[in-house]
Design a protein around this ligand. Structure first.
Ligand code: FSO
Ligand code: SF4
Length: 530
């Protein structure tokens, strides 16, 4: 029997790890072992890359390889086998000798002493998340030598048995530092390609007629699809993390980009049931595909699922004709269809990125000084299936009227259709974008701290985060690198954080697990009064 072990995401079985034949996410043991094999090959590749000059091909393979091991991205054994072969060949090419070699066996890392294993896992998962962002920047033509060199160094350290606690803790912080740089590069790529995001109200209803739903994070893929659907009578709707696309002028200019379909990723199997439209997954979070909609789902980029067509790339171009034809064949709904968010709202807003919020900085600062705004909460991160995630809905509902909620990532679907009013001209819920737009939130926090002449930790701001997969691990490392304290994290703490490492995080950063909305709000706002 083939046995797997994986504990990289928040769904890890029993809060410990998925073992045996399949994971909670639907990943089969064979796939998990291929992902481990691919990671071992990548660690071996960077050893060679650290000894000689890697090429642009080495970098692309490394990013694709890491991205393909992220939760809910790639379930396709054939694609993983191809990647393993390509990485091995690249290692051979970079080798000084032509002698055959065996790649690192990742299970060696799982056998290490608890705290070392925990820190190596934290760095590995952070690197996987960071690779996803670096890949999105790469497809927009943006790369950075310092970032590539860090990937090689950090992956190399994972395969080095001499690395101790001190070195690995420093490496974890450096991962946070470099992830900040990657998010900055991606922000630059997104804004220089698609324009500066502007606040926008997005309908949740679906208009009659043929349609395509685009999910995932890759704005470039959405742009290509929009260009190819111009004038074809096919509407395009965003799904999950693609929602912020509506705020970018270069994407919004396409009139067929109509609205947003459904809620967060974990509801897709229910929401896509018998859907009369085509679905395109550009990245995570892709769930095992059910028969009732299997024939209308496509993937592209690093996302893959056995049996689903994956739209490939040739000379920087992608041909989405099969997706468009499928939408035309299915025909869509016969009548406009009214749909709502999880709280019954018919629209959501997005596009409150750094330029918009900082553009209103004078108003914000005056509102804080006058007491009109008492506190900011950054309630963001990932959504997921656990019932405990209802915490975030209740938390937002219970926040006092003189507080503002900044949000990002797919966790916002728990509350982004709520109408909780505004403070003057400022809406009380402001969606800053996708999870990588944590960069925008960091810029805003730093600018506010400058304006108030204090540190970020002294601002009337509390971070209440939800995590699911490895991009959240990368962002958390960035926040810790920036010295941000008192983060509340939920719905549970990562299985890969050992008691020893947790002890360090609590002592250094006072990181804490969410409790109940009532208790946490009382503590946060009570501490302000005290
Ligand atoms: Fe969500 Fe999935 Fe964006 Fe993640 S759709 S969970 S952190 O992939 O990346 O927020
Ligand atoms: Fe389990 Fe998450 Fe790993 Fe899937 S990615 S096997 S749910 S720990």
């Amino acid at each position: 029997m083939t046995n797997m072990f994986c504990y990289q995401c928040e769904q890890a079985a029993d809060g410990k790890g998925c073992a045996g034949k399949a994971g909670v996410c639907g990943k089969q043991a064979e796939t998990a072992l291929l992902q481990d094999g691919l990671t071992g090959e990548l660690i071996t590749l960077v050893k060679k890359a650290n000894q000689c000059k890697p090429s642009a091909h080495t970098r692309r393979l490394m990013l694709e390889g890491l991205f393909a091991t992220l939760t809910n991205v790639n379930f396709d054994g054939a694609v993983l086998e191809r990647l393993i072969r390509e990485v091995h060949e690249e290692s051979m090419r970079l080798s000084a000798t032509s002698a055959a070699f065996k790649a690192l066996d990742l299970s060696e890392i799982w056998k290490l002493p608890e705290d070392i294993r925990s820190l190596k896992s934290l760095v590995l998962f952070g690197l996987r998340g960071m690779a996803a962002y670096a890949y999105h920047a790469l497809v927009l033509g943006i790369t950075d030598e310092e970032v590539s060199a860090f990937f090689y160094k950090a992956l190399g350290a994972l395969g080095d048995p001499a690395q101790g606690m001190e070195e690995l803790l420093a490496l974890a912080m450096e991962t946070g530092k470099l992830n900040l740089k990657v998010m900055e590069l991606l922000d630059k790529g997104n804004t220089s390609t698609f324009g500066t995001p502007k606040p926008v109200t997005v309908p949740l209803s679906i208009e009659k007629g043929p349609f395509i739903i685009v999910s995932g994070h890759d704005l470039r893929d959405l742009e290509l699809l929009l260009e190819q659907t111009d004038g074809k009578g096919v509407n395009v709707f965003t799904h999950c993390e693609m929602l912020p696309a509506h705020a970018y002028p270069e994407l919004k200019k396409h009139p067929q980009l109509k609205g947003n379909f459904g809620t967060a990723w974990q509801n897709q199997q229910k929401e896509f049931e018998n859907i009369p439209g085509a679905v395109l997954f550009t990245t995570n979070c892709l769930m095992p595909v059910r028969d009732s909609y299997r024939d209308r789902v496509f993937t592209t980029g690093v996302a893959a699922y056995p049996g689903l067509p994956c739209i490939g790339e040739k000379d920087g171009k992608k041909d989405f004709t099969p997706v468009i034809n499928k939408a035309l064949e299915l025909g869509g709904y016969a009548e406009d269809r009214t749909m709502t968010g999880i709280n019954g709202g018919k629209t959501v807003t997005t596009g409150f990125a750094r330029d918009t919020v900082l553009g209103a900085a004078d108003t914000v600062i005056a509102a804080v000084k006058s007491g009109a705004i008492r506190h900011f909460f950054l309630v963001g991160g990932c959504d997921g299936a656990k019932a405990g995630r209802n915490y975030y809905t209740e938390f937002v509902k219970q926040t006092p009227k003189d507080t503002v909620i900044l949000t990002l990532g797919c966790g916002k679907y728990r509350f982004n259709d709520l109408d909780i009013g505004s403070i003057g001209d400022l809406p009380r819920i402001m969606d800053m974008g996708q999870c990588n737009d944590a960069y925008s939130a960091i810029k805003v926090a730093i600018a506010l701290a400058d304006a108030f002449k204090c540190g970020v930790n002294e601002l009337p701001l509390t971070l209440v985060l939800s995590w699911y997969e490895q991009k959240a691990a990368a962002i958390l490392l960035t926040l810790l690198y920036l010295g941000i304290k008192n983060i509340r994290l939920g719905p549970s703490l990562p299985a890969f954080v050992s008691p020893g490492v947790l002890d360090f995080l609590v002592k250094e950063f006072n990181i804490m697990r969410i409790s109940t909305p009532e208790k946490d709000l009382a503590e946060i706002l009570g501490a302000l009064r005290g």
